[in-house]
Write a protein that binds this ligand. Sequence first.
Ligand code: ZN
Ligand code: ZN
Length: 181
Amino acid sequence: MPARLMKPHILVEDIPPEGLSVHYDDLSGILKDMEDIKTSGPVVGTASLTRMGDQVYLAGNVEARLTLSCDRCLEDFFAEISTSFTYLFAPASVEEPAERAMRIEDVELAQYDGIHIPTAHVFREQILLNIPERKLCSDTCKGICPNCGANLNRETCTCTHKDPDSAFAVLESLKKTSVPH
Ligand SMILES: [Zn+2]
Ligand SMILES: [Zn+2]
């Protein structure tokens, strides 16, 4: 079944009985509204859709190269996202049927309007799910000096770094308060 270039959503009535494969060469527009996420290359998505009665099974993958900003040093860095996923869409009008209460491993259960499968939304959701909550340019990123703003990955500064919560700082303050009288 040849891959076809399609719009960012699929009309369920266009899915033939043997299923439908779709391929998107560049979906970078789906992240346009995200202020802290920039794409630095095409966002490529593929999906195959199969109808099962009024439910639609979607198996796909998405690959993206993003420019993110490091939470510690605030510098931009590249992150590659490559992920596979499966969804089972049921019409929103259907009450939870008993068989769907049984969660299928690794299948996202979702609802659709009974007409369109929002493929672009699926790709977007999967990219966002795969961006780590704590975005770091490297696990060993030293961050920026809170005092002078120097990027400590590139330079050292002469500020003394005192973490107010560190055991050392607590000892220091104890020493100060226990001056003999
Ligand atoms: Zn960093
Ligand atoms: Zn400093």
